[in-house]
Design a protein around this ligand. Structure first.
Ligand code: UD1
Length: 334
């Protein structure tokens, strides 16, 4: 079975490609390499022994997307390709709306024309905005997103659910909490071209001396230690969930043509708790200071994962210590 993985050289994409290949799927990666490296293809091959097919395509270019579908027979799509920096999205909203939404529209357009029905969408807990309650479950209303990044995920989900009504596509949207860590092989991990702005790579880069210090964005939130709370989940656990979701669609076990599932551990950690856990497991002292809040951040979000546990028959297995250790091992390699 041929699976198109958009953004397959990116962080979550590359880990999912590995899991797909190990399950026997033939993977076709499409990526514009705007924030990832071509060398990831070789790293994937080093792990699985199989080189994925690769096409350098910008999904915002409709003609290139069409040409891809003309040349390749695709049975299902896992769509990761998107811009994902919350802070940057606040500064450059149009870049985010243009890229994340145009690429989805082009992909859906040609998936329809080429009769590809099964679609897994890479969504985010950002769709919940500042949640009314935690742990947040899938029944929680989609509230005004705190950032344009979050808004693009909401709009893409809306587009996919509208298409589902027509029967053209069946979608499972996976709402990730905070993916962290690296593959146990330490051959792939988070490797953006631009300076990373997610907490775990910022911590590891600071500890490795690649940054002088790190800033904790605010300690005046309504949380026990005043810093934001998030649900950090190992990227490999996230990747494995995509296989369950894909199998659910292939076996036509989905109850609706548009379904959503949270992918989180169900446990929240504050920024200071993550820092202290990192210091404990690695023995490294982190040079950090408390700064002001970052625009677009919500104070507290972690998952109720009962639905994905029960319906996808999936569970996150790796604890925070393991995520931080593998991220640290990876940092020392790159
Ligand atoms: C957001 C999305 C998440 C998405 C991710 C993609 C929300 C609630 N979550 O994650 O679904 O996968 O973007 O990028 O919108 N922090 C610092 N200093 C730093 C970096 C981060 O204090 O240098 C803090 C942030 O303020 C935040 C926490 O660490 O409280 C996590 O931040 P980050 O890793 O950037 O992820 P989110 O913004 O939570």
């Amino acid at each position: 079975m041929n699976v198109l993985v958009t953004g397959g050289t990116g962080y979550i994409g590359s880990h999912t490609v590995v899991e797909l290949q190990q399950k026997g799927y033939d993977v076709f990666i499409v990526d514009n390499l705007c924030n990832s490296h071509l060398g990831v293809i070789d790293a994937i091959e080093a792990i699985t022994g199989i080189k994925p097919h690769f096409s350098k395509i910008d999904l915002c270019n409709a003609a290139s997307v069409k040409d891809f579908f003309v040349r390749n027979r695709i049975d299902a799509i896992v769509h990761f390709a998107a811009l994902k920096a919350v802070g940057e999205s606040v500064e450059q909203p149009l870049k985010y709306y243009h890229n994340n939404i145009t690429s989805l529209i082009n992909l859906c357009q040609y998936a329809g024309e080429f009769s590809v029905k099964d679609f897994i969408f890479s969504s985010s807990c950002a769709v919940y905005g500042e949640p009314d309650y935690v742990p947040v479950d899938e029944k929680h209303p989609v509230k005004k997103a705190q950032s344009p990044y979050g808004a693009t995920k909401q709009i893409c989900e809306r587009i996919l659910s509208d298409i589902a009504v027509t029967g053209a596509l069946s979608t499972i949207s996976l709402r990730y909490f905070n993916p962290s860590g690296a593959h146990p092989s330490v051959l792939i991990g988070e490797l953006p071209l631009s300076e990373p702005n997610n907490l775990v790579p910022v911590i590891t880069r600071t500890a490795a001396g690649k940054r002088k210090e790190m800033v904790v964005f605010g300690n005046d939130y309504d949380t026990p230690d005043g810093t934001c709370i998030r649900d950090y989940i190992h990227v490999k656990d996230i990747a494995v969930a995509h296989i369950s979701a894909l199998e659910r669609l292939r076996e036509k076990k989905n109850k609706e043509r548009f379904e959503v599932f949270n992918l989180g551990t169900g446990r929240g950690y504050s920024v200071l708790e993550v820092i202290s856990c990192f210091e404990k497991v690695t023995g490294k002292k982190l040079n950090y200071r408390i700064g002001t809040r970052r625009e677009g951040d919500v104070s507290k979000v972690y998952s109720d994962n009962k639905l994905s546990n029960a319906v996808l028959n999936w569970k996150a297995t790796e604890p925070l210590e393991q995520m931080l250790l593998s991220a640290w091992e990876w940092e020392q390699k790159i």
